[in-house]
Every structure is written in C-alpha cells, then in structure tokens.
Design a protein around this ligand. Sequence first.
Ligand SMILES: Cc1cc2nc3c(=O)[nH]c(=O)nc-3n(C[C@H](O)[C@H](O)[C@H](O)COP(=O)(O)OP(=O)(O)OC[C@H]3O[C@@H](n4cnc5c(N)ncnc54)[C@H](O)[C@@H]3O)c2cc1C
Ligand code: SF4
Length: 320
Amino acid sequence: MKPFEYATALTVESARQLAGANGHYLAGGNDLLGRLKDDITEASRLVNIKAIPGLNRIEPGPQTWRIGALVTIAQIEDHPEIRRVFPGLHQAAAEVGSQQIRNVATLGGNLAQHSRCWYYRHRDIQCLKKRGRICYALEGDNRYHALFTGNVCISPVVSNLAIALTALDATAVVWRDGQERRMTMAELYELAWDNPTAHHSLRPGDLLLRVEIPTVRPRSAYLQISDKHSFDWALVSCAAAARIENGRIHNARIALGCVSPVPHQVTAANQFLEGKNLDEATADQVADLLLAGAQPQEHNAYKIPMARALIRRTLLQLRG
Ligand SMILES: Cc1cc2nc3c(=O)[nH]c(=O)nc-3n(C[C@H](O)[C@H](O)[C@H](O)COP(=O)(O)OP(=O)(O)OC[C@H]3O[C@@H](n4cnc5c(N)ncnc54)[C@H](O)[C@@H]3O)c2cc1C
Ligand code: SF4
C-alpha cells in the first residue's frame, strides 16, 4: 500500500478542501480500504468524513424523508418506521453483505462503491475501467456481468440501496462546487452508462450529503438472488414501489440491479403498470418490457430467466 495522509473533516466545506485533487472520502471503509490495500486506488489523502455533524440523521417527514449519507446500512435495516414506510428499502438494506459489514457501511459509501468486476479488482489487471485498453470480461468470465450497457465495459451497478432508492424515486443531494446539487438516482449513475471508467456520476470532490425519499409510494418491495445467502452481492436484484388503490396499481416504478452499469429502468414498463390489476399476466408483460434488448454475454444468459422470476415475485409482493 502506498503512503497517504489522513485528515478528519469537521464540516462539509473543510471535507471538500481537504480532499483537494486526489483525496478520497473515507466513510465505513469497506470498499475504499480494500481498494487501497489491493493497489487498485491511489490516494494522496484520506479524508475521514464521519465527524461531519448532521450527515448521520434519519429525518422522517409527511411528504419526504431525509436519510444522511453517514447513516449505516444497519440503521436503515433496523429503523422500525423505515420498515413500515419503505419496506423495499428495509429489505434491500437487510440483504447487504453481512451484519458486520452493515454495522459500519454507510448509505453514501454503498451508493458510491466501485465495480465488483473481478478483473477490475485484480491488482495486476489494467482493464478499460482502470484506463487500460481492453475489457477482459468480454472474452473472459462474465457470469456476473451486465445484460445492458452503453459502452464496452460490462460491469453492472451492484449497490442494493441504489436499486431500492431508484424504485422509490429518491433524490440524491450532493455537495458540488460549494453548493447543494440535486440528482435523480438515474442521474447519479448515468455517466457509467457510456463512460467505461465511471462507476457513477460523482466527480472527484463531490460529497453525497443525503437522499430524500418521497412518501407517495406506500407499497415497496426488494428481492434479490445471490449465490450465497449472506456475505455476497446479488446476481440479479429487483425493486418496485407504487400506490395501490382498489386493487389497482398507480405511480409504479420498477428497477433491476446487477444487469446494467446504471439501475435498469424502462419508462414503458412503469407506464404499462398504471391502473393495472397486479396479477401474473401483468407481471410477465412488465418483464418483457424490462428485458427487451438484453444482450447476454457467453456466461450470463441465466440472468434473463432469473430477472423474469424476480420481476414477477417483486411486483406480486406489492399486493401485500
Ligand atoms: C463481503 C462483502 C459483501 C458485500 N455485499 C454487498 C451487497 O450484497 N450489496 C451491496 O449493496 N453492497 C455490498 N457490499 C458493499 C458494501 O455495502 C460497501 O462496500 C459499503 O456499503 C461501502 O460503504 P462504506 O461506508 O464502507 O464506504 P467506503 O468504503 O468508506 O467508501 C466507498 C466509496 O464511496 C466514497 N464515499 C463514501 N462516502 C461518500 C460520500 N458521502 N460522498 C461521496 N463519496 C463517498 C468513498 O470515497 C469510496 O470511494 C459488500 C461488501 C463486502 C466487503
Ligand atoms: S467489465 Fe469493465 S471493469 Fe470488468 S474487465 Fe471489463 S472494463 Fe474492466
């Protein structure tokens, strides 16, 4: 591991100043410290952001909830009101890694975590995402990779919380250039769609402050399938959120994870759901819309039937 400086920020402004051009924010450290130890990331300075006041709060509201970037995944999982108001977010949090990881991993770090592609995570492999020339997964072992991408890199977004928050239509609030900048979840990842070196749309120095979640979708659900029940990322995940009135679904949002460099959403699928009775036939048609145009690689075509099953189960869970 290369030497680096360490500093603790006490305010948002000082965090930005301390980060400078090549500093990295340190929250729970689950992702960043592993990358530093494996020489995947170099930092001139680590800026501990955990002492910045106010970023560790969960603030309920009648129309909007605010969850600070330093709130841990365990706090999200264990919050009884989150479980009631945003059950899909609770389920997504409960599925992250293991209890030990959830105890220290933060919301901000979960959203900003880097690719899990094993070529990217190998210290000796300089793939396209590390500004090399080749995507090794394209001709290699791509069983965990994407079905959709707008560029050559086929590494998918694997953050559970990103998928649940996409379905809930949350807004990420980011400190950029001395002011708060609001981004939809789609905007938070859109750069990764066509830029192979990007993991998300955050620029160096951008600090995630919180997410804001509207309460207009009282039904939500999140399901995933993994190789192992704990200590593992999803192979495919699915989140959905909506309002149900007289058995009909309204204002629905559905998103897939681990199949694209961005949370995978299709506007036509959300629109198709409007006013429908939630049954298996409807769910199957939504699956057709969400999976249209999927381009499996040599080893990951299994993700298509897996996603189809998850879409059906997740939507049917919304019925309660
Ligand atoms: C064995 C294992 C299994 C896992 N399984 C899952 C899983 O199933 N699902 C899942 O979603 N995740 C999983 N993870 C990933 C884990 O959830 C993330 O590594 C963790 O959430 C990162 O949070 P952190 O606070 O530790 O971030 P850190 O490691 O401190 O930071 C991660 C990155 O985010 C940046 N960052 C942190 N906070 C901010 C901020 N406020 N603003 C801007 N940038 C910021 C850092 O600079 C760094 O680049 C797993 C991890 C492990 C080790
Ligand atoms: S999928 Fe992306 S991260 Fe993985 S080897 Fe290819 S370019 Fe690198």
